[in-house]
Design a protein around this ligand. Sequence first.
Ligand SMILES: NC(=O)c1ccc[n+]([C@@H]2O[C@H](COP(=O)([O-])OP(=O)(O)OC[C@H]3O[C@@H](n4cnc5c(N)ncnc54)[C@H](OP(=O)(O)O)[C@@H]3O)[C@@H](O)[C@H]2O)c1
Length: 325
Amino acid sequence: MRAVVVKKPGPPEVLQVKEIDEPLLRRDTVLARVHATALNRADLLQRRGLYAPPPGVRGDILGLEFAGVVEKTGAGTSRFKPGDRVMGLIPGEAYAEKASVPETLLMPVPDRLNLLEAAALPETFITAYDALRQLEFQTGEMLLIHAVASGVGLAGVQLAKSQGATVCGTSRSLYKLLKCKDIGLDVGIQVPPEDFESFIRDHTSGKGVPAILDLVVGTYWNQSLRSLSPRGRLILVGLLGGSKAETPLDLVLQKRLRIIGTSLRTRSLQEKSVLVRDFTRDILPLFETGKLRPVIDRVLPIEQAGEAHALMESNQNFGKIILNF
Ligand SMILES: NC(=O)c1ccc[n+]([C@@H]2O[C@H](COP(=O)([O-])OP(=O)(O)OC[C@H]3O[C@@H](n4cnc5c(N)ncnc54)[C@H](OP(=O)(O)O)[C@@H]3O)[C@@H](O)[C@H]2O)c1
């Protein structure tokens, strides 16, 4: 089968399409023909040798999600049959023509979506769903999302709006913020030149925002903590602006803030399976009705995986970049 392989850690040009052996069907797995996969920031780090995959996963084949069609099923599985359209959240190796995946990490593709759209769904939507759950986000609350025009940010806007939230978001691009309005963003804050702390203060009569979904950290950190209302919650999902920041702990203490860190990839199969089960139950029906939709920047053939990585590294994409087999 064909796969995109990292020849050696380095720039996008190290990605090459090669023939490799098919993964083995096991008792507890489903073998799927991958129609499409989608890029994630973790792929960029792993390509450079800066993000080791979990044990048992090949480091030279990237990819955390896919959509395709079931070819064979393991003797110990029961949920899917050959020909079913599936999408999956997997710990790696999705940039390949076939994937052998525990059935508990697979979801049926909603009828309304084609397989390219389905490939854009698992990682960002499950990340945002899980983040809002951990934030104990309440119906009708206000949410601030940093890097709102990212894949995770766009999923977060849609999920929070489906709970009746008012959603504010930051981006460095006015163009992207305008596009975010089309998917439901209430208030876009371009940073710089705007200072989101005073913006939030003015828009909340000085009270602050109760919840932040943070994909940036870096230089935003102190402003974020000051922008939270008393007993506010912040979940740290990405570190796009850098992982080092000094924390005014007196503020955390006095305002009784809650700061939560999260990572999907490092979780056990059991934890991920529960998350996929709950997401399938709570959120997939909203794709059937059209209330939620994956946002796709573009679809490229797998031979252009290097170009796709360069595009994401230059921050030009608005939504998911799909690789099609
Ligand atoms: N914890 C987890 O389990 C988990 C799971 C999935 C993703 N993530 C993380 O979530 C983040 C978003 O991933 P994604 O795939 O959704 O990204 P994406 O679609 O590629 O979007 C990233 C956006 O972030 C903004 N950005 C980049 N560098 C920035 C900086 N230095 N300061 C401020 N904004 C910056 C850019 O938007 P603008 O040009 O608009 O500023 C860029 O388009 C990544 O850090 C990723 O690793 C974490």
